[in-house]
Design a protein around this ligand. Sequence first.
Ligand SMILES: [Zn+2]
Length: 376
Amino acid sequence: MTQLSPLGRPLRPSGKLLQEDTRRHHRALLLQRLFRDGPASRADLARTTGLTRVTVSELVGTMVADGLVEELGAPAESRVGKPPTLVGVAAESTHIVSLDLSADDRLTGAVLNLAGHVVARCERPLAGRKGAAATALVHELADELVAMTSRPVLGIGVGSPGVVDALGTVLDAPNLGWHGTALAEGLREHTALPVFVANDANTAALGEHTFGHAQGGGLMVLRVGNGVGAGLILEGTLLHGHRAAAGEIGHVVVDPRGEPCACGRTGCLETLLAVPHLRRRLAASTSRTRVLADTGRRLGAALAPVVGTLNLHELVLSGPVELLDGPLRDAVESTIRRRTMPVIGDELVVRTSTLGDDVVLAGAAVLVLAGELGVS
Ligand SMILES: [Zn+2]
């Protein structure tokens, strides 16, 4: 069923599967190879996927007919004999509509091509809308974006704040007044397109994983905005947790003597790190570097057990770069290294996101690629 969320499955198919959807799986293998490594000949595809050349030729033929893949001619330098024809993903063949609902004052959206490049943008001021009014605004923005496409639309991906289940129902998003809101189902009925919805931090992790030069080991993307949340990809699979709330580290208490938090507890990570709190402390201090380094050390202390437990390879800080890069990032890295075994800390990469503000939009496109094509 293509309408189900793809997120419970491994993101990157890696072997053969003897089921009725074998053909779809094989197609996903080929597309994954072309997305990840760029154009290849049919013979290369057969060798690297383990599929037979007959299967590869047949599936490539179908994908060329569908417009997803295009013939690119022979490589510039080829050995003697008949040069192989390269095939590659037809980036401009298809459009994807992405929505990022994570800002507190507006909904943003974009049209992306298959390569994840933004070709058009649109946004709507939220102006305090909540509940059904916020849902209506999402529908309006999606309509506008679909109208801006100039290619067939593969689907709509949405990164939403709050806890989102595997079917795209927002279980709880207080800022938008959504509780048990079937966002994916409603938008699917409204647009008659495939729709995939996930939590914004999880969506950011997918964006970083596929389009942000992630290196393939365990990845945590920590989103720092009005709130704090994380998305985790382990062994090629997005982590959901028992009740779809994996990564909700923002309301873990890191300082019992700290500031009161909006959630009712005291000293949550969010009271330390969320942008409004951080800016307020910076404004009240004479040493910007000291505040940022101190925040980084405390963040590192909170994350070290997670990094150590999961043996993460990359920790990506996503949010305002002028706050996160520099003393804060440096302190996070050195603190985690000091508090974990060398085997954990030696190769850990702590960096800011290369995708900047577009990380959720890029990830929302990955939701659609994964759900419709089995590619991530
Ligand atoms: Zn809290």
